[in-house]
Design a protein around this ligand. Structure first.
Ligand SMILES: C[S@@+](CC[C@H](N)C(=O)[O-])C[C@H]1O[C@@H](n2cnc3c(N)ncnc32)[C@H](O)[C@@H]1O
Length: 434
């Protein structure tokens, strides 16, 4: 038992190494390079995916031949191959039929062609299966040397990184070749709606500050700014807001359902950032319009993301500083403050909640969505609290009782708490209806 606990202590230490493996692979673009030779455009049916895989084999070889012009064998650029494959899929019905016959004879998944196994992440899923035969027609990714050539990295070190990624389950190794695992294919390939790479990059940006946590605890002061401030402001801001988008993408739809905005006409999203929760709420509530309030430079990025969601006509972007600017009088049915109170101290949050009370119409609701510090906190909440210690002047994670007191003292009634997953929750209150 004690030995197990000792192992657990060492495992926590290795977690730090594992995170760095992921940071390095993501920043180098390793998952993108593997995807470029090993996946097919999202949205293809299973049969098309299988055909794409087969045709891609030829394309990859052609790409490698093209790369030999300068004496090095490189995979062809992903976009080039995707275009070639898409055209080929449309044109080559004969190849499709023969491929499907081929698969029918040789593949033994038991699920057949065209089922979910052949959906997004086909190749990684296929090669990960112990029943994937050696004769599998799906291209098996890249060798470490090919990946290194595509990335411009040292081949031997790239092989070591790939083996570590295989150990972590982020790539799948078959013989000397590596492919993205289903999780990596889904979340770590740039350009996908489900991409989490900005969040990974954001964690990497914070790592140097975290390495000085002891100093922050000793002095009670933030230590993380120097590391973060090395990037130009615009780049840093974009990284941060897109990281928030990545985080929110995992839960925005579910949260919008829990908030229940049916019957609401106007909502205010305080510090809405990427606008992910507004977008999800508007998609689920056709009558709803939203104002996203945030700092002016952030709203430039919000504008792009709202436009990409096709919701420009239902969203007003309002620049300002919510720690001091007025938020309006009786204008909103619903105010969402998601992941903003942890940035500020108790006094600032009390002032903010009071101004939200004025901004709501009678009977309107405030929803505070944030990490929550329980007496024995969830690890996610406690770690995030330290992230605020390392990286902000006065931010921290609050207890439900503290947040409820802000609402009660501002005049809210029906104050309630709903615990969510991963150490977060919703504190809600209603403005007295006249
Ligand atoms: C952690 S992000 C949360 C984004 C989004 N609400 C979510 O939950 O994903 C905090 C957001 O609050 C904004 N923000 C921070 N302080 C602010 C202030 N004083 N006035 C307006 N916006 C602010 C930031 O620009 C950022 O978009």
């Amino acid at each position: 038992m004690l030995t197990e606990q000792g192992e657990r202590i060492l495992e926590i230490c290795r977690g730090h190494w594992a995170a760095n493996v992921l940071f390095a692979a993501t920043d180098l673009g390793l998952f993108d390079v593997l995807a470029g030779t090993d996946s097919y455009p999202a949205g293809l049916s299973g049969e098309e995916g299988a055909l794409a895989a087969s045709l891609q084999k030829g394309d990859t070889e052609a790409g490698a031949r093209r790369g030999e012009v300068d004496g090095r064998s490189r995979p062809a650029p992903a976009g080039d191959m995707h275009g070639t494959r898409e055209r080929a899929i449309l044109e080559d019905k004969g190849a499709k039929n023969s491929l499907l016959r081929n698969l029918g004879n040789r593949h033994i998944y038991g699920t057949g062609v065209g089922t979910s196994l052949w959906g997004d992440g086909l190749h990684a899923g296929c090669h990960a299966s112990p029943r994937c035969p050696d004769t599998c027609p799906v291209p098996p990714g890249l060798t470490a040397g090919e990946a290194a050539a595509a990335l411009g990295t040292d081949p031997a070190s790239t092989a070591r990184l790939l083996d570590a990624l295989a150990g972590l389950g982020l790539v799948v190794k078959r013989g000397a070749r590596y492919a993205n695992s289903p999780a990596a294919a889904h979340f770590l390939v740039r350009g996908k709606e489900s991409y989490l790479g900005h969040a990974v990059h954001h964690f990497a940006n914070l790592a140097e500050g975290w390495s000085r946590l002891g100093e922050a605890v000793r002095t009670g002061r933030a230590v993380g700014f120097a590391a973060v401030e090395r990037e130009p402001y615009e780049q840093r801001l974009r990284d941060y807001i897109l990281a928030m988008r990545d985080n929110a993408s995992l839960k925005a739809g579910a949260l919008a359902g829990i908030i229940e905005a049916g019957g609401c006409r106007n909502m205010l999203d305080l510090g809405g950032g990427p606008g992910s929760f507004t977008i999800a709420l508007l998609k689920q509530n056709r009558e709803l319009k939203a104002t996203i309030f945030d700092l002016a430079p952030t709203l430039e990025i919000t504008r792009e993301l709202v436009a990409a969601a096709g919701l420009t006509g239902r969203v007003t972007l309002r620049p300002g500083d919510f720690t001091r600017d007025g938020l309006g009088e009786g204008a909103y049915d619903l105010v969402l403050a998601s992941n903003v109170v942890h940035i500020y101290d108790d006094r600032t949050n009390r002032g903010l909640v009071s101004r939200v009370y004025n901004a709501l119409r009678p009977g309107g609701r405030l929803v505070v969505h944030d990490y929550v510090l329980a007496e024995v906190p969830a690890p996610e909440a406690a770690l995030f609290d330290l992230n605020m210690l390392v990286g902000t002047v006065c931010g921290r994670v609050y207890a439900v009782a503290e947040m409820s007191a802000w609402l009660r003292d501002a005049g809210f009634e029906d104050i309630d708490y709903l615990s969510l997953t991963a150490g977060s929750g919703l504190v809600t209150g209603r403005k007295v209806a006249r």
